[in-house]
Design a protein around this ligand. Structure first.
Ligand code: MRU
Length: 368
């Protein structure tokens, strides 16, 4: 990636490293949309906790926080043993988003050959580079995605109606977001858009985070129940679907937030283009197909209870099922490549197939 692209002009940042600091500050996304509170993360344990408990979430962002967590561990002790231990502890926080493993391996690869005394500084530099590149990658995805929105706009009057799922926004990255980047650039460039924001049960990343980002940027949106997605498409209310990804297999199968697969099926049945925004660190060249991707199973309480704010402004957690009810909570699902119209990467739009992906990233794909 040649020159760094402009910074995201948004009035909020998911992650900040204050100049020269040996800690980071992150928006605690559990408190959004009702409160925008930064938490200070100053050691590897806090970084791991923030990822596991989803104070921070979204594949690229947890990669960046993981990288900084490793740098913090090396600030305390830069021995081989600590490097290995901290890498393993951070990597074990969440299993599905491959960006975490990618970022941890990158930092370890950069510092392991160095003398112990030079490792911590090198790790901070590498983490900073991951952040700068993430913003540049997302901006490039935004430009390629914007071209798709413009194609739709050239065919119809009125706003381009984009449906999204979960939050693949600036809150899930170091800037611009992935699936939201085309929407944010379109809005800034005066192209009318309307966003269908799917609530995204059980943790409501759509209702809590994507709706908040659209409101912060003044972009028209309508929140809907996940289960309304197919009906909205069948009613001709949706021009295209744009979602993010946590891991893309070599063959183009896409793993993203639970509920994405259903949207892809509905999109196919209604001839609605289904695009996936994929920063290249999210492509897992070592995984041949979606069936091999580990799917995180999160706590049943995330399904059995719901969190919100009452009329007194108090945050409440309430139960929505009979006492003793059992609940399954797979956090992600796999959309087969055959249901994907295109993968929007920083190098352009490509088909979701092994050949096309390898052609777009020959230096990463390696021998077939
Ligand atoms: O469980 P989460 O909130 O971390 O899941 C996030 C998603 O599924 C996003 O769509 C994905 O990480 C892409 S973020 C650019």
């Amino acid at each position: 990636m040649s020159s760094p692209r402009p910074a995201d002009p948004a009035p909020y940042r998911a992650l900040v490293r204050p100049p020269g600091a040996r800690h980071i500050e992150a928006l605690d996304q559990r408190l959004l949309p009702h409160a925008a509170v930064n938490v200070r993360i100053a050691d590897a344990d806090a970084a791991a906790l923030a990822i596991r408990r989803m104070w921070v979430r979204g594949a690229p962002l947890i990669g960046a926080v993981g990288a900084y967590g490793l740098a913090m561990a090396l600030d305390r002790d830069a021995s081989d043993a600590t490097l290995a231990r901290a890498h393993a502890a951070l990597d074990a926080t969440r299993p599905t988003a491959v960006n975490l493993r990618w970022a941890l391996d990158r930092v370890r690869g950069a510092v392991a050959p160095l003398p112990v005394a030079e490792r911590a500084d090198a790790a901070w530099r590498e983490a900073d580079a991951i952040v700068v590149e993430d913003v540049a990658i997302n901006h490039a995805i935004g430009e390629h995605g914007l071209a798709l929105l413009r194609q739709v706009a050239s065919r119809r009057a009125g706003p381009v109606r984009v449906m999204t799922h979960c939050n693949a926004g600036a809150l899930a990255t170091c800037g611009y977001g992935t699936a939201t980047a085309p929407i944010f650039l379109a809005h800034r460039q005066g192209l009318a858009v309307h966003v269908w924001v799917s609530e995204t049960r059980p943790r409501l990343q759509g209702a809590n985070l994507t709706a908040w980002e659209m409101a912060e940027r003044g972009i028209p949106y309508t929140l809907h129940a996940d289960v309304a997605s197919a009906a909205l498409m069948a009613a001709g209310e949706v021009d295209l679907v744009f979602v993010g990804a946590d891991r893309v297999a070599r063959n183009g199968d896409v793993c993203n937030k639970i509920g994405t697969y259903e949207k892809a099926l509905a999109a196919r049945d209604n001839d609605v283009p289904f695009y996936v925004a994929v920063p290249s660190p999210t492509i897992d060249w070592s995984t041949s197909s979606g069936g091999a991707i580990p799917i995180e199973a999160r706590d049943a309480d995330e399904v059995l209870q719901i969190v919100g704010r009452d009329e007194y402004g108090q945050t409440q957690k309430v139960s929505i099922a009979p006492h003793g009810a059992r609940a399954a909570n797979p956090a992600f699902d796999v959309t087969p490549a055959r249901l994907v119209t295109g993968l929007v990467t920083e190098r352009g739009v490509t088909r979701a197939s092994a050949d096309w992906l390898a052609a777009m990233f020959p230096e990463r794909a390696g021998p077939p």
